[in-house]
Design a binder for this molecule. Structure first.
Ligand SMILES: C[S@@+](CC[C@H](N)C(=O)[O-])C[C@H]1O[C@@H](n2cnc3c(N)ncnc32)[C@H](O)[C@@H]1O
Length: 245
């Protein structure tokens, strides 16, 4: 199944990179995300690992805050986009190929491990979370941003909002947002389809030995204005979890 997921991310890499450029191009969105990161991680120059970096935009926003950022992804297509984006925005992130549950770093390396919209699609979340803890220094912090994407998946509201979102994206960004579906066989095996989140995540973090677990919900309202929300909010609200090693 991991191989199928890798294929899926490779096929989606270019369009995904285009779809999240506003995060760094729009001063408002950039500031909103960076404020959120500073609220959780504090000021300073931390050694940060971004796991499942995709086109690297989150890693670049952290680098722009002055952090020393390393970023990994298992998809070559995503890493190509990430390296191009780093050149465009002229920011010094180290991108490496790596698997979220088998990271190419020694233990106690990073002050923080972050990831956004990744945990839902990890095949063995318990292995990945243990691995993130392993590479954290004692007292280091994990920050997970994700959503309960499969909740109300079949509702009419969500279906119509999805169509409206495509129209709005076309009108405001001159971009056709294609719907990229995971194969039914792969979906059936994803832990996040049946999980009740973020409750299930808290259990995973506890079982991995993390302390001081905290959850912030409705992250969309902190990072998006009304138009962004109408364009992106149909798949559900996002939450942010932090915990300490
Ligand atoms: C929805 S994208 C999110 C990208 C980025 N974090 C962001 O917020 O824009 C999910 C990313 O996680 C990566 N990914 C998924 N499973 C992974 C794994 N087991 N190891 C490494 N990367 C993984 C995918 O290749 C993809 O780039």
């Amino acid at each position: 199944m991991k191989w199928d997921l890798k294929e899926y991310w490779n096929s989606d890499a270019n369009s995904y990179s285009k779809s999240i450029q506003t995060l760094i191009k729009s001063q408002r969105a950039k500031k909103a995300w960076q404020n959120l990161f500073t609220e959780v991680l504090g000021h300073g120059h931390l050694n940060i690992l971004d796991v499942g970096t995709g086109p690297g935009i989150i890693a670049l926003l952290l680098s722009d805050l002055g952090h020393n950022v390393t970023a990994v992804d298992f998809s070559d297509g995503m890493l190509t986009n990430a390296r191009n984006n780093a050149l465009v925005y002229n920011l010094p992130v180290k991108f490496e190929k790596g698997d979220a549950d088998n990271l190419p770093f020694p233990e106690n390396t990073f002050d923080a491990v972050v990831n956004r919209y990744v945990l839902w699609a990890i095949t063995k979340p318990e292995n990945a979370i243990s691995e993130w803890r392993r590479v954290l220094k004692p007292g280091g912090r994990v920050m997970i941003i994700d959503g309960d994407w499969y909740h109300n998946e079949k509702s009419l509201k969500r279906m119509f909002w999805g169509y409206l979102s495509k129209l709005l994206i076309l009108a405001t960004e001159r971009r056709y947002e294609r719907t990229c579906h995971l194969d039914e066989d792969v979906r059936k095996e994803l832990w996040s389809v049946e999980a009740i989140r973020p409750k299930a995540d808290i259990e995973l973090l506890k079982n991995a030995g993390f302390n001081n677990i905290q959850v912030m919900d409705k992250i969309n309202s902190k990072t998006q204005n009304l138009l962004d929300y109408l364009k992106n909010g149909y798949s559900g609200d996002t939450f942010l979890e932090t915990a300490v090693k």
